[in-house]
Design a protein around this ligand. Structure first.
Ligand code: ZN
Length: 448
């Protein structure tokens, strides 16, 4: 095992913090030499009524947030009523969290051939399997491209080498497919979406890459693989000139037109315009760790969270309802990211976990309530944690001389505000320990 300078320096830092030195030195090296191992997910959105099936792929390249954010919103904010939508919102998940086009090269140039030992192998092969699946009728691959595509050179930003604001097809017609007339469909979709785009400069065009005729770069792509399986496929490009919420607006407008074309019926829980998108992107992010020993609401969360209980010598286990939420170890910290945006950084305190505690009684504003580990108690004025035999209570931010901080009435003023979990200084951690083991966390949120 090669020990690099930075890993060595980090180990020294860690050694100062912890007692079980040799054990940690070993475990830390194991974390450090392993590559990121986040995995994409396939979501099946099924309508009650049968119909066509569209596969939507986002995040084939990790630095294109318009595409992967739009795809993720299909999972979190849409309901399919008729037909089916398969969504992979985070195909190149490891590259997404690193804001890299491709940590192992461009994944969208690996669909003609890929080596068995390529780290992208399983992702690429799974997409190919889905494309070949008899149920899949149409495929959309969502991208963000530079500038604005134009048939003829206008200027640096608008010319045939730019990719923004176009619908890409590999050929105009595809025999033996469910939706053979690629050019007509693309043109109809562009015309409908362009009605919503008042600025003519930003309107959509269809771009035929004539891949079969000798476009060698395009012959390596996902859509061309699909075309060779007689599956209609379109590349959707938004311009990187726009902020993410505007890119998402264009993408979802295009995707909805394709839905309509394939008679896929849906509902969404927001108004499709860039202002409302700006308000929902990256919001309502949830995170649970280790079977709900810890559950965090990440809205307004602090950028750094200290002394965070992380399970010693185990893979991190996390869950979120949001497909773009990820937690992973980097340089001795645990980064919490939403796509390629930083959400928070957990500074670990490694410890053993205990599974024996399920509920704790609290008195919240005068009434006794049983609270599940992982839950949040809302409090207007004050709370008190009931004594739990065999467990120690630590109210983070409370100064007291009690070994276990139970049977103490705590109000907002008794807490040191910089220990809050959130920047609004409303949410505080109450942690439970059985001897030295961590038994779980409950959050107290001061409201009103
Ligand atoms: Zn792309």
């Amino acid at each position: 095992m090669k020990l690099t300078h930075s890993v060595y320096a980090m180990n020294l830092g860690i050694l100062r913090l912890f007692r079980t030195q040799i054990f940690l030195l070993l475990s830390f090296q194991i974390f450090s030499v392993h590559a990121l191992s986040l995995k994409h997910e396939v979501y099946h959105l099924k309508g009650a009524e049968a119909g066509k099936t569209i596969l939507v792929v986002g995040g084939i390249q990790g630095d294109e947030p318009g595409g992967f954010t739009a795809a993720s919103l299909l999972v979190t904010n849409y309901k399919i009523k008729k037909g089916n939508v398969l969504v992979i919102p985070n195909l190149n998940f490891n590259s997404i969290v690193e804001s890299s086009r491709g940590l192992y090269g461009d994944m969208n140039r690996k669909f003609n051939k890929i080596k068995l030992n390529d780290p992208d192998f399983s992702a690429v092969e799974e997409v190919k399997r889905l494309i070949r699946d008899d149920k899949v009728d149409l495929i959309l691959n969502l991208h963000d491209g530079s500038g604005f595509y134009r048939e003829k050179h206008v200027d640096r930003n608008k010319n045939p080498n730019r990719w923004g604001q176009c619908i890409v097809i590999d050929q105009s017609y595809l025999d033996n497919s469910i939706f053979p007339d690629l050019e007509k469909i693309g043109t109809a979709v562009a015309e409908s979406v362009n009605k919503k785009i008042t600025n003519k400069e930003h309107q959509y065009r269809v771009r035929n890459t004539r891949t079969r005729a000798g476009n060698q770069e395009m012959q390596k792509t996902l859509t061309y693989y699909a075309v060779n399986q007689s599956k209609s496929a379109f590349g959707l490009e938004v311009s990187k000139s726009f902020p993410t919420h505007e890119r998402v607006f264009f993408h979802l407008s295009l995707v909805e037109e394709f839905f309509q074309h394939a008679d896929i019926k849906f509902e969404r829980d927001f108004k499709l315009n860039s202002t409302s998108l700006a308000g929902i992107i990256g919001k309502n992010l949830d995170l649970t760790l280790y079977q709900r020993h810890i559950a965090l609401d990440l809205d307004n969360v602090r950028r750094d969270i200290r002394y965070f209980p992380i399970k010693r010598d185990r893979e991190l286990e996390f869950k979120s309802t949001n497909p773009l939420l990820a937690v992973f170890e980097k340089n001795g910290h645990y980064k919490v990211k939403y796509g390629n945006r930083n959400v928070s950084r957990l500074h670990p305190q490694f410890m053993e976990y205990d599974d024996s505690l399920t509920h704790v009684n609290f008195t919240a504003d005068g009434s006794v309530v049983p609270v599940k580990i992982g839950d949040t108690v809302e409090v207007k004025k004050d709370f008190l944690v009931h004594k739990q035999d065999g467990y120690r209570v630590n109210v983070i931010g409370l100064v007291s001389n009690k070994k276990s901080e139970d049977e103490l009435t705590v109000n907002r003023k008794s807490l040191i505000r910089r220990f809050s979990l959130d920047m609004k200084k409303q949410v505080y951690r109450v942690e439970f320990y059985k001897e030295k083991k961590f038994s779980g966390m409950i959050l107290v949120k001061f409201v009103g």
